[in-house]
Design a protein around this ligand. Structure first.
Ligand SMILES: C[S@@+](CC[C@H](N)C(=O)[O-])C[C@H]1O[C@@H](n2cnc3c(N)ncnc32)[C@H](O)[C@@H]1O
Length: 288
């Protein structure tokens, strides 16, 4: 039977009232997205800030009579009201953008049920859950490419801001002896622990809140894909956990933010030239 999708645009002030109208009319799902390309980056856990202009999409069963609702939305001042049929699809999978991807060397990220893409492939099997990180975003891809080119065989690793656990799991599958996967978001920690178990590396990936990390670590490699201001703020803590001669790989920063992040880790770390993808940067450096 499929569904009928009704969309409209509105201001943040109209949002709650319009969502209420959709729910009263029997919507099976109501989704809000950014209508004006003004991203809200990494809100704190539990916070759900709205964009100033939103697009609201409501799904109804395929036999729903939409005409009265369309008239009501127009009368309430909703903009760009539209209505279209939506065929059946695998909704759980569709929002996660997990497709088979190759990141160089032997490293692949694949959906849980995909065939092994090459006989010698190291395959991260991923279900992103509520944690960021499927490999689709350039910052994750940059870190995965670095890992594929520098397999951390036998290394002790921290993945700070682990999200789905994609980098922690990849590091473990590429030979890391032990990975500490840290995130402030409990939902990300749940996803990361599940992904570590799914990939058979739960015994080598410890998923923790930052305050549970042992104070006296001196790891070989730190991966941190977090926004630039957080990287700057965390610099002393990351440096304290990295052994002399150890490597730090930083992403989540824009190309224009490279100087401020480099400055926060200088003079302790000497960085190579950044890798850039779609305006995002990845910095790799060695602690002296
Ligand atoms: C951009 S995601 C990266 C996820 C994954 N590592 C990847 O590469 O795709 C950043 C993650 O860092 C977490 N995070 C943000 N600030 C943090 C902090 N101060 N300490 C630990 N985790 C943090 C967020 O909850 C989010 O899961």
């Amino acid at each position: 039977m499929g569904f009928v999708s009704i969309k409209c645009r509105a201001s943040a002030a109209q949002h709650d009232a319009l969502c209420g109208v959709f729910e009263q009319a029997g919507a099976v799902a109501v989704t809000t997205t950014d209508a004006a390309d003004r991203p809200v980056l990494e809100p704190a856990p539990g916070q759900t800030p709205l964009w100033p202009e939103v697009e609201i999409t409501a799904l109804f069963d395929g036999d729903h009579d939409c005409e009265p609702l369309l008239a009501l939305l127009a009368a309430l001042g909703a903009q760009a009201v539209s209505c279209e049929r939506v065929p059946e699809q695998d909704w759980a999978r569709s929002g996660q953008d997990v497709t088979a991807r190759h990141f160089g060397g032997r490293l692949w990220v694949c959906p849980t049920d995909a065939a092994v893409p090459a006989p010698d492939a190291v395959v991260v099997r991923l279900d992103a859950g509520l944690g960021f990180g499927t490999g689709a975003h350039p910052t994750t891809a940059l870190c995965l490419r670095w890992l594929a080119a520098h397999p951390p065989v036998g290394a002790e690793v921290i993945d700070w801001g682990c999200g789905s656990g994609i980098l922690a799991v990849a590091a473990a599958l590429l030979g890391a002896r032990c990975v500490w996967a840290i995130d402030i978001d409990p939902q990300a920690r749940t996803a990361a622990a599940a992904n570590a178990a799914r990939n058979g590396v739960a015994d080598r990936v410890q998923v923790l809140a930052a305050d549970a990390l042992p104070a006296v670590l001196a790891v070989d490699l730190i991966l941190a894909n977090i926004l630039a201001p957080v990287l700057v703020q965390l610099a002393p803590r990351l440096l304290a956990a990295l052994r002399p001669g150890g490597t730090v790989v930083l992403s989540g920063l824009l190309e224009a933010q490279v100087p401020q992040v480099v400055a926060a880790f200088t003079p302790a770390v000497h960085f190579a030239a950044p890798a850039i993808e779609q305006g995002w940067a990845c910095l790799a450096g060695v602690k002296s």
